[in-house]
Design a protein. Structure first.
Length: 281
């Protein structure tokens, strides 16, 4: 992120990146996710739901990673994608349901600033595939509420959660835009009122490898159908120290195997040992 974007995200808890995708990319992606929604059986099993199919290449889109590496972790291997879903709404559909906001010790919803950088916890990435008009049904936010000192999370002051309280704001953006926000900022869905088009948006929840909010619901065949560089975003929750431990164990195996290879042993066993060395090396 450039310094301007960092300041905006830290100040408001969210940021808009207009027209990240070209018109042709939007068309292709929208047609595909609507096919997933309406005709899943027409697709191969590994493409019948998100994040499979056309959406896959957006998992680590540079504009997404540009933000996530600043607000979750600079190491891409420590960023997980734990939820994706399509939000499709015709005019009049939707709900008003404020949630989150304020300081908390829950790592999924906490927002912190330490040693010159942000730590946003679970972070939502929204791909808007149709035009969004301000105040007409896009996601709404209470800017700055991710750093609120008073407890607004439980709705203790109902008047603040009223849409006309004066503290909520929304946005306008063209198709192909990105909306990225910390789960810590108070936010809400809204009733779609744009008369020109439905809302077609893909919501993604990214998180740190250490924690998880959602139960895993991805179809195994969908994850298996992704490329290895994209499958890594769906690792189970764990601490990276176990990577170091595993590498240390592998080195021990390799050292023992190499020692055995130097001795006079059965050729068949030597072949097996070589395959082990190749596997762990």
């Amino acid at each position: 992120m450039n310094q301007r974007d960092r300041i905006i995200f830290d100040l408001k808890g969210y940021i808009i990146k207009p027209a990240v995708l070209s018109a042709s990319e939007v068309k292709e992606l929208k047609e595909f996710v609507l096919r997933q929604k309406n005709e899943p059986e027409s697709l191969p099993p590994h493409q019948r739901s998100l994040p499979g199919g056309t959406f896959e290449r957006l998992i680590d889109h540079p504009e997404v990673m540009d933000v996530l590496q600043d607000v979750i972790d600079s190491n891409v291997d420590k960023i997980r994608l734990e939820s994706t879903f399509l939000s499709y709404r015709e005019k009049g559909e939707g709900e008003w349901s404020p949630h989150a906001g304020g300081r908390t010790t829950n790592p999924n919803y906490a927002y912190n600033f330490y040693d010159g950088r942000m730590y946003a916890g679970m972070t939502r990435v929204v791909w808007e595939l149709e035009e969004v008009l301000e105040g007409k049904g896009g996601t709404c936010f209470v800017p700055g509420s991710h750093k609120a000192n008073y407890n607004i999370r439980n709705g203790s002051v109902p008047s603040l959660d009223s849409k006309d309280s004066g503290i909520w704001e929304s946005y306008s953006c063209p198709p192909g835009s990105l909306v990225i926000f910390s789960e810590a900022v108070r936010h809400s869905a809204d009733f779609w009122q744009n008369p020109n088009n439905p809302r077609v948006a893909i919501f993604c929840a990214y998180n740190h490898i250490n924690v998880r909010h959602h139960k895993p619901t991805f179809a195994p065949e969908v994850i298996e159908g992704l490329t290895p560089e994209h499958q890594r975003f769906f690792n189970e929750v764990y601490h990276p120290q176990f990577d170091r431990w595993e590498r240390q164990q592998q080195q021990k195996y390799i050292k023992v195997a190499n020692k055995l290879l130097g001795n006079k042993i059965d050729s068949g066993l030597k072949t097996k040992i070589k395959s082990i060395v190749k596997r762990f090396g």
